[in-house]
Design a protein around this ligand. Structure first.
Ligand SMILES: O=C(O)CCC(=O)C(=O)O
Length: 196
């Protein structure tokens, strides 16, 4: 695993990590594309409602509610494939995740703006762990304060990215559009929510 460290930021990047665990990534991506209840929720940004520029699906244990840009996400159950990934992360990282946000970027026009995963319901002592499938995209990082330079981590098919605490407190991340990307990408971020 490659360690990427800045002041207040700790990342671990495993290139083609899923393939190393024996997972067939094209089959997994197809199963998720076809088998999940993808939504394009309305979000409120600067007081205006619009559809997210990507598809999403929120998977969680019962009781793990999550609000995102002011809207409550519907909770979907863990599928067999997602349970396998959750168990793999428990075995390899020692963390049991109770919730998972999936983002599906249909092509390079789909994107995610600057944010940190720092909602109050998230356990901020647990890492946030990202798995990527499909087209390679740049995940950009920038500090919330101070003068450290922004940079990008290129996330390819099967890559793992562990964002360790207190990264979300000091840095933001974004997935900018990429006009030349024609293929789909699915990203999974596993989280620990404090049940209400
Ligand atoms: O698609 C990605 O790699 C980023 C996803 C993300 O920022 C998030 O789920 O909070």
């Amino acid at each position: 695993m490659i360690r990427i460290e800045r002041s207040g930021l700790q990342l671990r990047h495993g290139v083609a990590w899923l393939q190393q665990q024996g997972i067939q990534t094209p089959q997994l991506r197809q199963a998720l594309s076809l088998g999940l209840a993808w939504e394009q929720p309305l979000v409120i940004v600067y007081g205006k409602q619009h559809r997210t520029p990507r598809l999403t699906c929120w998977v969680a244990d019962p009781g793990c509610a999550y609000r995102y840009s002011g809207l409550q996400q519907a909770i979907h159950p863990w599928t067999a494939e997602l349970e396998i990934l959750r168990q793999l992360l428990l075995d390899q990282l020692g963390v049991r995740f109770n919730s998972l946000l999936l983002n599906r970027y249909r092509d390079g026009a789909d994107r995610m703006g600057w944010h940190a995963d720092d909602e109050p319901e998230l356990d901020d002592l647990a890492p946030i762990v990202s798995l990527s499938l499909g087209a390679a995209r740049d995940l950009r990082f920038r500090p919330r304060h101070g003068s450290e330079a922004a940079f990008a981590v290129r996330l390819g098919d099967g890559d793992l990215l562990v964002m360790d605490p207190p990264s979300q407190r000091h840095w933001q991340h974004a997935l900018p559009p990429r006009a030349r990307v024609r293929q789909e990408r699915i990203n999974l971020t596993f989280r620990v929510i404090r049940p209400t």
